[in-house]
Design a protein around this ligand. Structure first.
Ligand SMILES: Nc1ncnc2c1ncn2[C@@H]1O[C@H](COP(=O)(O)OP(=O)(O)OP(=O)(O)O)[C@@H](O)[C@H]1O
Ligand SMILES: [Mg+2]
Length: 257
């Protein structure tokens, strides 16, 4: 069964701005789906609608069979836990005035009823849990007491990933998580996301304007252009001759053909 079903989704911001038109796709548990397209193609709009940050009046979406956003108020909490987001700009998730361990534990402290699978011992202190999370994303546990201003861009993005993972969501939406990082750091973060996806069986929706990044990480690729899906295919079909001309142009521009 599909974890995420998006069916005929459209979004109009105003009379003249049709950000998404008739978007349909599905994602299974543990699958990594890439959404690629140029600036203004509607990628972030899709992410925001999935997160409930924007509303759409047209189309249906379900996660684990439940409507997104949920119709019943009682289901909201589960939805807030199940869908987590990683942004390009870590300043939206890491408060510069809080030490890393406090920012890391915010989601877990909002969902005290959850005991995540990585907490195997009883009686861990908050800082010890934060240290575990840092180690899960390849950071030194000594960083718990630092402030975001004392970390590099790549380290901050690792902390945001750990924060999103902390409550074990079923879907992680990443909107250009590597766009503001150096190329070598981008590769490290993509490798980290790939490892996490393999280990946790979480579904990842990875948004990027960079088809190379999407092709590296994702099993299925959706190409958006002016708010519409123009192509949708498995990674094995990337170089098929019947790819949409726009997909071919993206591949050529990224010089991976
Ligand atoms: N809050 C808003 N109000 C009105 N129009 C908006 C709003 N947000 C986005 N848009 C418009 O919707 C379209 C899609 O924008 P969106 O941010 O989804 O694109 P994107 O693919 O994420 O682009 P980028 O790669 O630059 O981040 C654009 O034409 C944009 O100007
Ligand atoms: Mg965007």
């Amino acid at each position: 069964m599909s974890l995420l079903v998006v069916d005929s989704l459209s979004k109009k911001y105003s009379k003249h701005v049709q950000a998404l038109s008739n978007i349909s796709f599905q994602a299974c548990k543990g699958e990594s789906i890439g959404i690629v397209g140029e600036s203004g193609s509607g990628k972030s709009t899709l992410a925001k609608i999935l997160l409930g940050l924007e509303l759409s009046k047209e189309g249906q979406m379900t996660l684990n069979g439940e409507s997104i956003p949920p119709k019943k108020r009682s289901r909201f909490r589960q939805y807030r836990k199940d869908v987590q987001m990683i942004f390009q700009d870590t300043s939206s998730t890491l408060n510069p005035k809080l030490p890393i361990w406090k920012s890391l534990l915010e989601p877990l402290n909002n969902f005290k009823e959850i005991t995540p699978s990585y907490i195997t011992e009883k009686g861990l202190t908050q800082k010890e849990i934060a240290e575990k999370l840092l180690e899960m994303v390849g950071l030194d546990k000594g960083m718990v007491n630092r402030y975001p201003g004392e970390l590099s861009g790549g380290q901050k993005q690792r902390v945001s990933i750990a924060r999103a993972l902390s409550i074990e969501p079923s879907l992680i939406v990443c909107d250009e998580p590597t766009a503001s990082l150096d190329v070598t750091v981008q590769v490290q973060i993509l490798n980290l996301l790939k490892d996490i996806q393999r280990q946790t069986k979480m579904t990842i929706l990875f948004i990027s304007h960079d088809i190379r990044a999407v092709a590296f990480l994702c099993e299925k690729i959706i190409v958006l252009k002016d708010g519409s899906i123009v192509d949708q295919f498995g990674i094995d079909e990337l170089y098929d001759s019947n790819r949409h001309p726009y997909t071919k142009a993206l591949i050529k521009a990224a010089s991976i053909d």
